[in-house]
Design a protein around this ligand. Sequence first.
Ligand SMILES: [Zn+2]
Length: 276
Amino acid sequence: MRRAAACLALLPILALLAGPRPAAAAAEFLDGVFTQGGFAIGRTAPGAAVRFDGRTVQVGPDGRFVIGFHRDDPTEMTLEIETTDGAASTQAVRIEPRAYDIQRIDGLPPRKVTPAEAVLQRIRAEADLVRAARTRDSAPTWFDSGWIWPVEGRITGVFGSQRVLNGQPRQPHYGIDIAAPTGTPVVAPADGVVSLRHRDMYFSGGTLMIDHGRGLASAFLHMETIEVAEGETVRQGQRIGTVGATGRATGPHLDWRVNWFGKRLDAALFVPPMGE
Ligand SMILES: [Zn+2]
C-alpha cells in the first residue's frame, strides 16, 4: 500500500522532469468555407492524429484531412492535433453564423406530413440505411475531381430553412432543391462510389447516395430513375439518373444534399454559381 502511494506521488515529478510536451505545428487550411454548413480541407504532418468536434478524422499520406460544419454548429470549435513525435496542440476553428429562412409548404398529402403509425417502422428502417451510408469513411479523396451542379434549373429550396409543412413545424431543410422537368438527366457532381440506392423511400422516393471520400457524401432525393448500381464507381459529369417527383414532393425537382458524416452541409457552397 505504502509503496503504491509513493510511486503515485513520484508521477508528477517525473512529468516535470520530462518537461511539457512539444507543441505540434498548427494545421493549415488549403480550402474551405468557414460558415455553418461549410467545410474545410486542412493539412498537417502525415501520420498525425486529428480530432475535430469529438471525432477522429482520417489523415491521408499527404497530411490532408476534411472537416465539416453543421447547420447549427457553434461559431468556435476545436481541432486537436498530435503528431507522431507526441507533440500536441489545439487550434480554434472559427466559423460564421448564418440566418435561415422559414419556408412554408402547404397542400402536402396529410399522411406525408404526419405519417400513420403503421408506416413509422418503414420510415425508421429507411433512415437506418441512410445513416449507415453516412458512416462511411473511405480513404480515397474522390472529391479532388472538384464539383459541378448535378442538374441546372430554378432553385426552389435552400439549405437550412426552417420548414413548416401544412402549418406544422418540421425538421430544417438540408438540401438544395433544383426544379427541372421529370426525366431531366442528373449527373454526378464529383467522383465517388455509389453507397446507397433505393427505389422508393417514404419521404425521399428514389434515393441515391455517392461517397466522395473522407466522410463527404452526396444524396439525391425524389429521383424518377437511378441508373447506377451500389458499389459502382462514378466520375464527375457521368449520368446517374433522372429528376422526378417521387416520395414527399409537390413537383419534379432534385433535392441535392452534401453531408460530412452526420453533419449536414450546404451543397451550394461546393459548386460555382449556376451557369458558369
Ligand atoms: Zn428538398
